[in-house]
Design a protein. Structure first.
Lengths: 657, 181
């Protein structure tokens, strides 16, 4: 009976979403305050019903209700309770429900914090959020019901994909979805702005913290995903340019451009149309990611089971949402290039260059991802372009960004002074060159590693010089407002990330070896001794577990126990062992026994020495922290806006409506 | 006009996606290449079927391209494929490596004795553990692996004369073309 209640809750949520999506729009159009006032209670009601449905699905998993098909397909009696909860979003239907739940979290937050917005504007924003929810709820109810029954009820279920049975997987999807869905807020602001026809700097200021937070979550989600792939897939890589990874990377890049474009628009009034376009793109690419993962149009390691009916539904939804907003953009986008003028040497120019690079990089990733599809369409066969394409073009596009990054903060809005840039160029340049020369002796002259050190020092020095300048010139207490501190953190993160990538790639050592018990391999200054394999068991798996003792110059460093697990339904999963460190990771994955019948004999092993690999994720986390810190700036609090800034246009719009 | 550009770009994308969905409904999902295509074949160490003391590893087979054909005596479709391999096998120009999948060695030997043995080399994967790394769904399946050990082509289901002519032989021809210059 309870699963049917879940379904009923979803139907009620859909009806409330319809009310939230349609009535406030009519209200804003006709100037009917009662209709506009529907938005908030409808959103709250919808959130309650969606949370109820989600709770019922969690309950079904916790209580082994295998009469629910989704539960039976993704869990079994042996699955520990924490993975039974994670199994809720382990496949298509449940992850869609999670998406909707998170959309409701954002909507409720928006409803709570937007009370100071002009009534008409807030009503339109809430309505757009409601319409997005309509699409996703209808998608769930019509094509992907998580509460469908399986009768007769089986005695035990199948299993959650063992790849997903990892702590990283419990929080990776929710965090990632917080990012994806968060872009819907900036999107809703843009659409509301376009509908009202008044592009005020004020709405961009309101949207900025939301965008920053969404982008921060997306960063965290991607970092978690990358770390999970590294630890769980047993290949030791951290990024594969897989279609699904690209699907999360594209909105990230556009979101990055959007954050910077919003800063320009908010402070100077320029780039308004571009900011609107980027907010539409950021959310569209989030939807596109959903489409790519769930339609089966592209093959990927992460793809959910494909169903053409679902593909058609999302494509239709995508067409309506994105096509509709782009049409609206074409009709209503600000005709005049507003804002204050700027010269070639100005902060606007460098931000524009950065924006251009991010947008082009995103288009490049999109093209590369869709290449197999284009190949089909042109009868060239399925061609994947893969890492060579991305690995060449992406660094090329990011090179100007890294080179220009230290100068950005030193340039003034409108018209910068070249005389201010010279000392930056000299100091950061000399520091980077000096460190690079020192590095030559430590990295055997490997070019990539030297470039990594130079990039870190170049970007780090840029951040430090600007922090010093603020320390000297700004009055106490106003030296580092959150917005500025966030920027510095994120820019430092870029340096740490770039250094991590280049150093790992240049200095990492991979070795596929056959080892008999007692044998030792020498890799990256460490001695790996293989002490044989034993059987072991866990809550829902049995495994062959190898023991590798790592020493350096005779001192014990780590005891590593990689496993090859077998799950109840026969799936085999490699569980690599990682000894993490600030400067290096040691990584061991168990291959195959040389003799299938004798696990105590020799095995094939994969050993890695990965210097600075943590810096890749460390850099990502710094960027995330930067995004969150920025969002906390007092300037973005709604109260302040009414004080001096011109919001007259919105008042005007209100009276007109 | 400029402002319509994003819309046109998007409509182009929608057309492409629509095509993608249509293409997938028209084409056998088996035709979707495995993610392993153009990736190195997974490492394996398997006993020879007729002489289990002899262990064959991936490294042993490097240097020359070969067709890895997954089969089993319990597999009905393999019986359909077998005569085709008998006839076409010698004309392929690459080694034919039989991959006996989840099969009792005695059954496999009896089956080969009965139907003939088109293979140059036979590997036995009785547990089916290694096949998981190849992403084997079931028998029969065939993998074309080049001299460097990279999977270049994969076919799920029995090889028919048509499939061999249209897909496998062009793939092999592409390999030898690469090898020449």
């Amino acid at each position: 009976m309870t699963p049917e209640l879940g379904q009923l809750a979803l139907i009620l949520a859909l009806l409330l979403a319809l009310a939230q999506g349609v009535l406030p729009l009519i209200g804003a159009w006709r100037g009917n305050r009662a209709l506009m006032a529907v938005a908030r209670p409808a959103a709250a009601g919808q959130a309650v019903f969606v949370a109820m449905a989600f709770g019922i699905l969690v309950w079904a998993f916790l209580h082994f209700d295998f009469s629910v098909r989704y539960v039976a397909e993704n869990s079994n009696l042996e699955l520990p309770w924490y993975y039974r909860i994670a199994a809720v979003w382990g496949a298509h239907e449940g992850s869609l429900l999670l998406w909707i739940l998170i959309l409701n979290v954002w909507t409720v937050a928006l409803a709570a914090f937007s009370t100071k917005l002009p009534e008409v504007f807030a009503a339109r924003v809430m309505a757009v959020m409601g319409l997005i929810a309509v699409g996703f709820l209808a998608f769930t109810l019509f094509t992907s019901d998580p509460f469908g029954r399986l009768l007769p009820m089986p005695g035990d279920g199948a299993d959650l994909n063992p790849v997903l049975q990892d702590p990283g997987m419990t929080f990776h999807p929710p965090v990632l979805y917080m990012g994806y869905v968060g872009f819907s807020v900036a999107f809703a602001f843009s659409i509301a702005g376009l509908l009202g026809g008044e592009m005020e700097q004020a709405w961009v200021r309101w949207a900025r913290p939301w965008t920053n937070i969404a982008w921060g979550f997306l960063t965290a989600g991607i970092v978690a995903g990358s770390w999970w792939a590294y630890a769980e897939l047993g290949w030791g890589g951290w990024w594969f340019w897989d279609p699904v990874e690209n699907a999360s990377f594209m909105p990230w890049l556009v979101g990055l451009a959007l954050i910077h474009a919003q800063a320009v628009t908010e402070k100077r009034g320029s780039l308004r149309a571009w900011t609107i376009l980027l907010s539409i793109f950021a959310f569209s690419l989030s939807l596109l990611g959903t489409f790519l993962v769930r339609s089966g149009v592209l093959t990927s390691v992460h793809a959910f089971a494909a169903d053409p009916r679902r593909g058609v539904f999302i494509l239709a939804f995508l067409t309506i949402v994105v096509g509709g907003s782009l049409l609206l953009y074409a009709l209503r986008a600000p005709k005049v290039a507003g804002g204050k003028p700027f010269t070639l040497l100005s902060r606007e120019t460098v931000l524009l260059i950065g924006n251009l690079m991010f947008a082009v990089a995103s288009a490049m990733v999109l093209l590369g991802t869709l290449f197999p599809l284009i190949g089909d369409a042109m009868h060239l066969g399925r061609i994947s372009v893969g890492p060579p394409y991305f690995g060449f073009l992406f660094p090329l596009l990011m090179l100007p960004v890294v080179l220009l990054l230290p100068f950005g903060p030193f340039l003034r809005w409108g018209k910068g002074e070249a005389s201010l840039l010279k000392p930056v160029l000299l100091r950061a340049g000399i520091a980077a060159a000096a460190c690079a020369i020192v590095a030559v002796f430590f990295v055997d002259g490997k070019l990539k590693a030297i470039a990594g050190v130079a990039a870190l020092v170049w970007l780090g020095a840029g951040v430090l010089l600007y922090a010093l300048k603020r320390w000297r010139e700004a009055p106490r207490g106003k030296r580092y407002p959150a917005e500025l501190a966030g920027m510095l953190l994120a820019h430092l993160g870029v340096g740490v990330f770039v250094a991590g990538v280049l150093l790992t790639e240049a200095l990492g050592v991979t070795s596929d070896v056959r080892m008999a018990p007692g044998q030792t391999q020498h890799i990256g200054g460490y001695d790996f001794r293989f002490d044989g394999v034993q059987r072991t068991t866990g809550p829902n798996w049995r495994a062959d577990q190898g023991t590798i003792t790592v020493t350096r110059d005779g001192h014990a460093v780590a005891l590593m126990t990689p496993q090859k697990r077998t799950y109840p339904r026969g799936q085999v999963q490699t569980e690599s062992a990682v000894d993490a460190g600030f400067f290096r990771d040691l990584y061991v994955a168990l291959g195959e026994p040389m003799d299938a019948g004798n696990i105590e004999g020799a095995w094939s092993l994969r050993l890695y020495y990965k210097p600075f690999v943590r810096w890749i994720w460390g850099g990502g986390l710094l960027m995330m922290l930067g995004g969150f810190t920025c969002a906390a700036d007092k300037r973005f609090r709604l109260k302040r806006i009414t004080e001096g800034e011109p919001v007259s246009a919105l008042h005007l719009q209100e009276t007109r409506a | 006009m400029n402002r319509l550009l994003p819309l046109f770009g998007f409509l182009l994308l929608v057309t492409l996606f629509g095509f993608g969905i249509w293409w997938n409904t028209r084409h056998d999902p088996n035709a979707i290449p495995s993610p392993l295509i153009n990736k190195p074949a997974p490492a394996f160490v398997l006993p020879e079927l007729y002489d289990p003391a002899v262990k064959v590893s991936k490294a042993d087979l490097l240097g020359k391209p070969y067709l890895l054909n997954v089969f089993a005596s319990w597999c009905i479709e393999c019986g359909v494929e077998h005569p085709v391999l008998q006839v076409e096998g010698p004309t392929l120009g690459v080694q034919l490596v039989g991959y006996n999948y989840k099969d009792a060695p005695a059954d496999a030997k009896r089956w080969l004795a009965e139907h003939g043995n088109p293979y140059h080399l036979l590997l036995a994967d009785q547990s089916g553990d290694t096949a998981i790394n190849f992403g084997v769904y079931g028998a029969p399946e065939s993998f074309l692996i080049d001299a460097k050990g990279v999977i270049r082509y994969k076919h799920i289901g029995p090889l028919t004369p048509g499939v061999i002519r249209r897909e496998l032989k062009p793939a092999i021809a592409a390999l030898s073309k690469e090898a020449q210059p």
